[in-house]
Design a protein around this ligand. Sequence first.
Ligand code: NI
Length: 177
Amino acid sequence: MSFSPDLYVRTLSFAARAHGDQQTPTGLPYVVHVTSVCMELIRALHAEPGRDGDLAICCALLHDVLEDTQTPRAAVEQEFGPQVTQGVLALSKDATLPKAERMADSLRRIRRQPPEVAMVKLADRITNLAPPPPHWTAEKIGTYRAEAEEILRALGEASAFLSIRFRERLSVYPAFR
Ligand code: NI
């Protein structure tokens, strides 16, 4: 397992620049979200040795850079190489598809990547399964929960450790049925 702190600081700086003044739903700088995903991964990578830590952490730090910013794919490729770029692409929804198909399409593409990429998606949703914002309707919460269950079904086998964390989060997430 390889861990390269200099690479992570460079990647975090790239992500911070790319996300600019974007914020999390709670009003923090957006990089707090991507580093929170890394915090989930650290424990999983420790619990499940043999993973490529650099691939997991770099993909986590960059996972929203192509979907949510103007950063060109070529810039990611030049800085971080093809493997990380392919991982980040799989983690990005395809905006040319109808909205309802985007998640399933992304999950299919993630499954063709190394398991570290699936671990990033699991850790991302674990991070996002915080108590829903007060303005969310019951319907929206239900949809978000169903989508989370779909992610766990599609990718859970990539990490037993993260699957347990994921189920813990789901067990306290509101359900309306
Ligand atoms: Ni995210």
